[in-house]
Design a protein around this ligand. Structure first.
Ligand code: GLY
Ligand code: MN
Ligand code: MN
Length: 468
């Protein structure tokens, strides 16, 4: 893959600060591999390459088939020079020396020299199996070398890297703001395209087209669906009907790998029905209350609890749930309609550092609950300034839950099933924003994208197109 070096001399300084931080927390040498793309159907037709996020964090460049050796603040780059065939098929690439200079490396070597410099090094497994074999061979790790089973110095390294990447420096925030800005534009384009679109795919194209036009990619597979109750629905083949709600969860990734993660839900007709409006307002109330709670020191699990409480209050007011709000939340009745967590860390990965299991998301000593409604809580830490989190409450009518005999009998008396039938045209609503924890509270990086019901109606209606 040929690569263009950004024209930014500050990157090398930022990378140096990152590896100095690593050096103060970790004494062993560290080797981080970038990985390589995998074939789609034959070796020369490959999936788009995505460098390992841990490599990107310290290298600042999405190099393929490269490795870094870090020790005591020193950086060595291992990568082969591009061949004549690479240049023929993929265009000219910077030399190894130019790459090393860009990232402020102290030395640079061909990849095969890495093995001789690997003694005593810690590492983190990459996602692609081919490169993992390489890690197994030159570091003498077990064949089943995966993040879930890290041991010894690799586990220590993972904990240290999780600690470092948990809060974002100014350079990371610069990238995250770029991703957020383009993501807002993509959502506005999706809303504006709705009245002239007949299919989910057409709206997906309008949204992803904005990312592509800014030389960005999708940070994750887009969810653009009239079946919003399918939480990670990656099908886009449905036609749009005027009574549908469209749920769009689309986020940009910058060329250096930094992500945004945003969801909006809007009416295909440009007008919410009365039942859709009622539920939208409940989800929005939870969204706003949770964002207002984001500040250093607050436990993220308490924000999740607030989301559950506000949603429950709203559903009691609408007559869908019956009983005292506290009792309903205590028996997890909210989870029938809000089964996932209120959000997660965001950074180089959309669920940042989830390759390390819960090492980043959960404070030391805490383990994930297996309780209904809490099992998908991906973050359980006190918030710190510099963390970027999503806030994404939702309401869903999932047949697998609501039609399940066990759940139905468990919640038989807590749900007014007849009243619920009045809300059949609400399949799924989620409202998701990216919220930076600041010293004094929070900043919503995606707040230029409206959430207010009437503004969302206006942006997604034909009238908006005519008057734009
Ligand atoms: N886009 C996936 C999520 O919101 O977690
Ligand atoms: Mn999310
Ligand atoms: Mn999302």
């Amino acid at each position: 893959m040929s690569i263009r070096l950004p024209d930014d001399s500050k990157v090398a300084q930022a990378l140096k600060r990152r590896r100095q931080k690593l050096a103060t927390l970790f004494a062993h040498p560290v080797i981080l591999w970038s990985g390589q793309s995998s074939p789609r159907n034959f070796p020369h037709n490959v999936f788009v390459f995505r460098a390992s996020s841990h490599f990107l964090y310290f290298a600042g460049l999405p190099l393929e088939k490269a490795a870094l050796r870090l020790q005591a603040g020193r950086l060595e780059l291992f990568v082969d020079e591009a061949t004549a065939a690479d240049a023929l098929w993929h265009g000219a690439s910077p030399s190894r020396e130019a790459l090393a200079q860009f990232m402020g490396a102290d030395a640079a070597f061909p990849l095969q020299e890495l093995a001789a410099r690997a003694t005593g090094a810690a590492t983190i497994p990459v996602q692609d199996a081919h490169t993992r074999e390489f890690q197994v061979q030159i570091l003498g790790r077990p064949d089943s070398f995966l993040s879930n089973y890290l041991q010894g110095i690799d586990l220590e390294l993972a904990a240290v890297i999780a600690q470092i990447r948990l809060t974002h420096d100014q350079e990371a925030l610069g990238e995250l703001r770029k991703a957020a800005k383009v993501t807002v534009k993509a959502h506005l384009a999706g809303m504006a395209a709705t009245s002239a679109s007949n299919t989910e795919a057409a709206i997906q194209a309008a949204m992803e087209g904005v990312l592509i036009a800014h030389n960005m990619t999708c940070a994750y597979s887009s969810i653009v669906t009239v079946q919003g109750e399918v939480l990670h629905n990656h099908q886009h083949h449905h036609d749009l009907h005027p009574s549908d709600l469209l749920l769009a969860d689309v986020g940009a990734e910058t060329p250096m790998g930094w992500a945004a993660d945003v969801t909006r839900t809007w009416p295909v007709s440009g007008r919410f029905s009365a039942s859709q409006r009622d539920i939208y307002e409940v989800v929005l109330a939870a969204h706003d209350a949770c964002i207002a709670m984001v500040t250093p020191g607050v436990e993220y699990r308490d924000i999740h609890l607030l989301a559950a409480t506000v949603i429950t209050e709203g559903l009691v007011d609408l007559g869908i749930l019956r009983g005292a709000v506290e009792d309903l939340v205590a028996v997890d009745a909210h989870a029938l309609f809000f089964p996932h967590g209120v959000g997660h860390l965001l950074g180089l990965d959309v669920h940042d550092m989830e390759d390390l299991g819960d090492l980043a998301g959960y404070a030391p000593g805490r383990v994930r609950s297996d309780r209904f409604g809490w099992e998908f809580l991906r973050l359980d830490r006190p918030l710190q300034a510099g963390m970027l989190v999503t806030i994404e409450p939702g309401f869903y009518q999932v047949p697998a839950l609501l039609d399940n005999w066990e759940w139905r009998s468990r919640f038989r008396d807590w749900v007014n099933w007849d009243r619920l039938a009045d809300f059949q045209d609400v399949r799924g609503i989620r409202i998701e924003d990216d919220v930076l924890v600041t010293e004094s509270g929070s900043e919503v990086l995606t707040d230029e994208l409206p959430t207010e019901l009437m503004v969302v109606e206006q942006l997604s209606s034909a009238a908006q197109i005519l008057t734009a």
